[in-house]
Structures are given as structure tokens and as C-alpha cells.
Design a protein around this ligand. Structure first.
Ligand SMILES: NC(=O)c1ccc[n+]([C@@H]2O[C@H](COP(=O)([O-])OP(=O)(O)OC[C@H]3O[C@@H](n4cnc5c(N)ncnc54)[C@H](OP(=O)(O)O)[C@@H]3O)[C@@H](O)[C@H]2O)c1
Length: 340
């Protein structure tokens, strides 16, 4: 009989942690080894969420790391660093959904997160877990930094252009909208029903959002020169989903069919990236509750391209991508347990 893999989930009572529980419990090759919560330790998951899953919640400090093959960390940034250290020291492979291991330069981390990084050795070895770009490195990693939700949509949306050196100038403009679950389950005035419902607001626009350094690092690496991202995120009054609209001046005129071929070739064989035919536009409906990134291309002038990329922030932007990385790390079929 084939032995099931076991995975622990830190922060199972958050939005991404709960989605991970849901994906892992349906995954045919892995079972949940433990699930943690600080505030609800001693309760069951069914006490916290409207679900029938009788899963015990334990404090992170009591996690039986010797019983699992991998751990998903769905904790706030800062809290993830010591937890990841414990996981890796126990010889368990870690997939961290927080921002703590996404920025390879500790000074950049300190600049954006206002605190020094306290595990620079692990930071140096962490692999940025966007499988479409870094599959081979993910496969051999003991620590994978799962990308941010906005960056997943933006990097996948612009990567074919960056790799082909088709982006003119040294900056792009990105306008993104995210459902309210992107802010996590904690209470805040901004995500209060009456503030968010029937409203639509920009926030942290310009060069302020903490996801910017990830986007710039990955796109600059693909382009092989620095690229700056002018980024306008918005809070969309819906639960899940991100739509990023990106405005690019091309270095030379390209036809829509040439651009579609470029994207089609770049993502050929990628089970989760769907490039729409000419004339279609990416929407949240294409992606919500799936691990898909759906991309559309629109020429607005012979060298002006608008790229739209849609993902579900909790799935391809977080828990689904984490399981995709897990599948790659453990040599499983990459789509196992995931909606393509
Ligand atoms: N939401 C998204 O769309 C999204 C997408 C990509 C990445 N992320 C990242 O993924 C991580 C989790 O996000 P989320 O939206 O799931 O957050 P969330 O809903 O606020 O959940 C946070 C989880 O962490 C636990 N927790 C909080 N403080 C802790 C501490 N000091 N030590 C141990 N556990 C602690 C909470 O447990 P208790 O409150 O039960 O104790 C809860 O289970 C964050 O780093 C976030 O930036 C989120």
C-alpha cells in the first residue's frame, strides 16, 4: 500500500490556512498532520469555521514536526520567521505563504517591512515559489517562499514580455483590484462590511505597496535590467479574486497574433496559465475557486499593449500555489488536488 505524505498547517484558522485545509483534505497523496491556531488552540476547526471537519487545533509551539514531511506556514509576516526556522531545523520542508522569505536581499526586506530580517541564512537559500518560472529550483528546495497574490498576477502577466525584452523604458503601470479576503481574517475598519460593501477604493497607490519589490525583482531578473512598477491596488467589494491590468509600451510594434503566439509559447504546457484568444478579456469569473491565472492581451495602438491577468488571491495567489509547489517538491503530478 502506498504511504500517504503528511503535511502540517500553521495558521489553519486564517483565510489561506482554511483554504489549505480544504485543498489538502481532498488531495489524494497527502493528509493533514496537524493544524495550528494560537487563539483557538484546544478547539476544533469546526468550532471556528462553518464546516464539518473535525480537525484539532493546537498551538504552533506544540506542532509534532517529527510526524510530517512538509509544513505550510500561513502566518503573518514576522511570525513566520521563527516558525520556519523550527520547521527547517527539524528537517521538514517548508512552504511559507508570508512575505518573510520572498525578498532575497535582507536590506530590501528591512526597507519594506521596517524590521531587520533575523534568519538571513535561510533567506539566502529560499526559492521564490512561482513554479512557472522556477520549477526546477522549487523541486529541490527545503524552503519555498510562496509569492504574494498581486505579484503572482503581475509577474505571470508581464513575464513573456520581460523575457523577450519587449518592454520599452524602465517602468510599467499596473492597476490591480483585489477581493476583501486579500486582507486576511483579522478585523480592520477598512474591511468592515459597511466600509467595503458597495464601495471601491484605491489604497497604497504609487510606489508604496509591500508587494512591489517582489514584482520588480522577478521582472527585472527576466528583463536583465531594472524595471520599476508603478502600482495602484484597489479594494474590490467581493470575497475573492484579483484582476491586474498592466499598461506596457512595446519596444517595437507587434501584432496581436504575434503577441498571442509569444504568450502561448511561453506558457505552453503550463496547466494553470490560460491565455485567452484575441478579443476575449480576463475576468474574475474565469478564475475564482481555481488555481488558474487567466491572461488576455489587447493592443491599444501599434506599440501600446494592455495585459489583463486574473487569479483567485486565495488559490493561485496563495493556498493553491502552495500545493502546486508541494506537488513539485515531492515529485507528484503538478495538478494533483488542484482545479486547472
Ligand atoms: N489573504 C490572502 O489573499 C493572501 C494571499 C497570499 C499570501 N497571504 C499571506 O499569507 C499569510 C496568511 O494570510 P491570511 O490572509 O490567511 O491571514 P489571516 O486570515 O489573518 O490568518 C492568520 C493566521 O495566523 C495565525 N496567527 C496570527 N498571529 C500568529 C502568531 N503570532 N503566531 C502564530 N500564529 C499566528 C492566526 O491564528 P489565530 O488567530 O487563530 O491564533 C491565523 O490562523 C500572511 O502572511 C499573508 O500576507 C495572504
Amino acid at each position: 500500500m502506498r504511504t500517504m505524505l503528511k503535511a502540517g498547517i500553521f495558521g489553519a484558522t486564517g483565510y489561506t490556512g482554511f483554504r489549505l485545509v480544504d485543498i489538502v483534505r481532498r488531495h489524494p497523496e497527502v493528509e493533514i498532520g496537524f493544524a495550528t491556531s494560537e487563539r483557538s488552540a484546544g478547539s476544533r476547526l469546526s468550532d471556528v469555521f462553518a464546516c464539518p471537519w473535525d480537525i484539532a487545533l493546537i498551538a504552533a509551539g506544540d506542532a509534532p514536526l517529527d510526524e510530517v514531511d512538509a509544513a505550510f506556514l500561513c502566518l503573518p509576516h514576522g511570525a513566520s520567521i521563527p516558525a520556519v526556522q523550527r520547521v527547517v531545523e527539524a528537517g521538514v520542508r517548508a512552504i511559507d505563504l508570508s512575505a518573510d522569505f520572498r525578498l532575497s536581499d535582507p536590506q530590501v526586506y528591512e526597507q519594506w517591512y521596517n524590521t531587520p530580517h533575523t534568519a538571513t541564512d535561510l533567506l539566502a537559500e529560499a526559492v521564490y515559489g512561482l513554479p512557472e518560472l522556477h520549477r526546477e529550483a522549487v523541486a529541490g528546495a527545503r524552503l519555498v517562499a510562496n509569492p504574494g497574490c498581486y505579484p503572482t498576477s503581475v509577474i505571470l502577466g508581464l513575464y513573456p514580455l520581460a523575457k523577450q525584452n519587449l518592454i520599452s523604458g524602465n517602468s510599467v503601470i499596473v492597476d490591480s483590484k483585489s477581493g476583501v479576503s486579500g486582507a486576511g481574517r483579522g478585523l480592520s475598519l477598512k474591511t468592515h462590511f459597511v466600509e467595503a460593501h458597495a464601495n471601491f477604493s484605491p489604497y497604497n497607490i504609487g510606489h508604496q505597496h509591500r508587494h512591489i519589490p517582489e514584482m520588480e525583482a522577478e521582472l527585472s531578473a527576466a528583463l536583465d535590467r531594472p524595471l520599476s512598477v508603478t502600482f495602484s491596488p484597489h479594494l474590490l467589494p467581493t470575497n475573492q479574486g484579483i484582476l491586474s491590468t498592466m499598461y506596457v509600451t512595446l519596444v517595437e510594434p507587434w501584432s496581436e497574433s504575434e503577441l498571442l503566439s509569444l504568450y502561448g509559447e511561453t506558457y505552453a504546457g503550463e496547466p494553470f496559465v490560460h491565455v485567452l484568444p484575441a478579443g476575449d478579456l480576463a475576468t474574475l469569473r474565469h478564475v475564482v475557486n481555481t488555481n488558474r491565472c487567466t491572461i488576455s492581451l489587447t493592443l491599444a495602438g501599434e506599440d501600446q499593449l494592455i495585459v489583463c491577468a486574473a487569479i483567485d488571491n486565495l488559490i493561485k495567489g496563495a493556498s493553491g500555489q502552495a500545493v502546486q509547489n508541494f506537488n513539485v517538491m515531492f515529485g507528484l503530478e503538478e495538478t494533483t488536488g488542484l482545479e486547472t
